[in-house]
Ligand binder design. Structure first.
Ligand code: GLA
Length: 387
């Protein structure tokens, strides 16, 4: 893909942080690249393999260059990049706006152009750029603009993934900074409340996502089941149910978030693979126009809860992707009136519905569709207008 397509659609890939945090090394990254091919992740659209924090030494070298930790990465980053590229995949790396990364390794503050050149030299295709240890008086906006320019001028296509956790009204200025995606929330945890709170916090913000600058709701916790060496992420309670992971993946997909896997895909079970590689859901996320999904509140009108809603995403071929989400703790019927999407009865239009999780046609519906959705679950359909 050429420069002008970089970041057009939400990036898809894997990131080391959720499961492995500091415990990373080149063999792990190679194994993940192998599994991308052998288990079908690449064919499903996953492309980037990203090393998060804790990859470098604690000090730069005498020329001010970052140094990969030789114990974790004895062959060096260039060799690892070659390995990943040979498989037709892309390689991501991590740094930070501030003087140090969140885990205390050197950050790129005042080294932006030098580091961008080094990343290009190593063959990096993606940079996640965090927000810790930012000098208090410096403008974060300006520092993201700096690194964005440094990357766009380093001689290599490097996707820029900003990560300031939604601070400083980031959604107002991040698109014009040149970043391709931006974190809009604090760090996800492998539990249902975290998934629910992140999703609800991003409702009605669909104008802040789109091609070339996607709202990143954080890495996926699908398939972690509490398995992380970071006790805060796993919250020490054993993760989520399969239905909750399915709902999480559906929300992130419909809402246009990048899809960055965070579990140990070397040991993923079949349910995890079926969720992460559901092509009907991925197709909604990767629709070329990248429209934000708007919310419709369910009937009756006196029912006020952010935990129950429909999301509608207009697709480039005229279809509608519709998610019926029940994040509450009790089963509910979610009634969708078609006029709320611009389809009055008088138009003569019906909707032919295809269930993206059951992978089957549901039939043709006029005026209204009202699935019963269990607690913490969802129904996602692709609807085609028919006369
Ligand atoms: C921050 C980010 C996380 C992760 C860690 C690494 O908390 O939000 O996604 O990158 O730093 O230290």
């Amino acid at each position: 893909m050429g420069r002008y397509h970089l970041g057009a659609m939400p990036p898809m890939g894997w990131n080391s942080w959720n499961t492995f945090t500091w415990d990373i090394n080149e063999q792990l990254i190679r194994d993940v690249a192998d599994v991308f091919i052998s288990d079908g992740y690449k064919d499903a659209g996953y492309e980037y393999i990203v090393i998060d924090d804790c990859w470098s030494l604690k000090e730069r070298d005498k020329d001010g260059r970052l140094v990969a930790d030789p114990e974790k990465f004895p062959s060096g980053m260039k060799a690892l990049a070659d390995y990943i590229h040979d498989k037709g995949l892309k390689f991501g790396m991590y740094s930070c706006v501030g003087t140090h990364t969140c885990a205390g390794f050197p950050g790129s503050f005042e080294h932006e152009f030098q580091d961008a050149e080094l990343f290009a030299e190593w063959g990096i295709d993606y940079l996640k750029y965090d927000y810790c240890f930012k000098p208090r008086q410096m403008s974060g906006e300006l520092l993201y603009k700096r690194m964005s320019l440094a990357l766009k001028n380093c001689g290599r296509d490097i996707l820029f993934s900003a990560c300031n956790w939604g601070e400083d009204n980031v959604n107002k200025w991040i698109r014009s900074s040149g970043a391709h995606m931006y974190r809009s929330t604090g760090d996800i945890q492998d539990n249902w409340d975290s998934i629910k709170n992140i999703a609800i916090s991003q409702l009605d913000k669909e104008c802040y996502t789109g091609s070339y600058c996607h709202n990143d709701m954080d890495m996926l916790v699908v398939g972690m089941y509490g398995g992380s060496n970071n006790g805060w992420i796993s919250s020490k309670i054993g993760g989520c149910s399969d239905n909750e992971y399915k709902t999480h993946f559906s929300l992130w997909s419909l809402m246009g978030s990048p899809l960055m896997i965070g579990c140990d895909i070397r040991n993923a079970n079949q349910v995890t693979k079926d969720i992460l590689m559901n092509r009907d859901i991925i197709a909604i996320n990767q629709d070329i126009e990248c429209r934000g999904a708007y919310r419709i509140k369910p009937e009756p009108q006196w029912f006020h809860s952010d935990e129950v809603f429909m999301l509608v995403k207009v697709l480039s071929n005229g279809d509608l992707a519709i998610g019926f989400f029940n994040l509450s703790d009790t089963q509910r019927e979610l009634s969708l009136q078609f006029w709320d999407m611009g389809i009055p009865y008088a138009s003569g239009c019906s909707l032919s519905m295809y269930d993206c999780w059951e992978h089957k046609e549901l039939g043709v519906f006029k005026e209204r569709f009202a699935p019963v959705v269990p607690a913490h679950d969802c129904v996602v359909v692709r609807a085609k207008l028919v006369k």
